[in-house]
Design a protein around this ligand. Structure first.
Ligand code: NAI
Length: 234
């Protein structure tokens, strides 16, 4: 059955791969972008997820074009790394407000229509570092860990209405975000991954489409790693 899907930050990277995977299986797909537009066959809305009014307007535009959002993939996120001692209030606040606040805003806006429909899927794209921690990422790792509390609270609030809320925790994925890492650091990271390689964005997308499907109806409040074994034990 075709669903209406929103992928925040779906204009590139992991979000784009997720949006394309849903489109390929025949769903009605919308993405948010920040000026780049959307690929053919995908409905694009410009939206900064740190602004509640823009989030509301984006949902209203999607509802008018494709119908209420039935599957929300909260994927948009940023990094701004530095050591704790040097991190500014602004660096901390901006990353948390985008990664965690933005996901919360979208979940809140999506929840009313999902409750009415008595069906919904919320999928939060976290990171392996949300549970393992990472030097230089106190802001980012906190925001990604926060998504676990968010998804699990939503599960407790809405779980009785056929609404699931899950977290996907990717490890190292080949995207713009990881392309900026120095070669030596990349090599070090790959050495620590039991699978011996980084993943493609498509490997994250296939897990996300599965969690959104009817086949996974009893999976909720879960943290699902897509990390080649990197985060094992957390
Ligand atoms: P990316 O940098 O290629 O894409 C991030 C997207 O978020 C972009 O579309 C950007 O426009 C959007 N975005 C950022 N701030 C926004 C805001 N205020 N309002 C609206 N949109 C905003 O990153 P990538 O690698 O595709 O990452 C996607 C998600 O996966 C992120 O949440 C990231 O933290 C997570 N992730 C990525 C990993 C990787 O290895 N690349 C590993 C683990 C998690």
């Amino acid at each position: 059955m075709a669903r209406t899907v929103l992928v925040t930050g779906g204009n590139r990277g992991i979000g784009l791969a997720i949006a394309q995977a849903f489109a390929k299986q025949g769903d009605r797909v919308a993405i948010t972008h920040r000026g780049s537009g959307a690929p053919d066959g995908i409905f694009g809305v410009q939206c900064d997820i740190t602004d509640p009014e823009q989030v509301d307007a984006a949902f209203a535009a999607i509802e008018a074009e494709l119908g209420p959002v039935e599957v929300l993939v909260a994927n948009a996120g940023i990094t701004d790394d530095t050591l704790l001692l040097r991190m500014s209030e602004d660096q901390f606040g901006r990353v948390v407000d985008t990664n965690l606040g933005g996901a919360w805003r979208c979940a809140k806006r999506a929840s009313g229509k999902m409750l009415r429909a008595r069906w919904g899927r919320m999928i939060f794209i976290s990171s392996v570092v949300g549970l393992s921690g990472q030097a230089g990422q106190t802001n980012y790792a906190s925001s990604k860990a926060g998504l676990v509390g968010l998804a699990r609270s939503i599960t407790r609030e809405l779980g009785g209405r056929n609404i699931t809320a899950n977290v996907v925790a990717p490890g190292f994925i080949e995207t713009d975000m990881t392309a900026v890492l120095p070669e030596k650091q990349r090599e070090e990271y790959v050495k620590a991954i039991p699978a011996g390689r980084m993943a493609t964005a498509e490997e994250v997308a296939s897990v996300v489409t599965w969690i959104a499907s009817d086949a996974s109806a009893y999976v909720t409040g879960a943290v699902i790693p897509v990390d080649g074994g990197l985060g094992m034990g957390h």
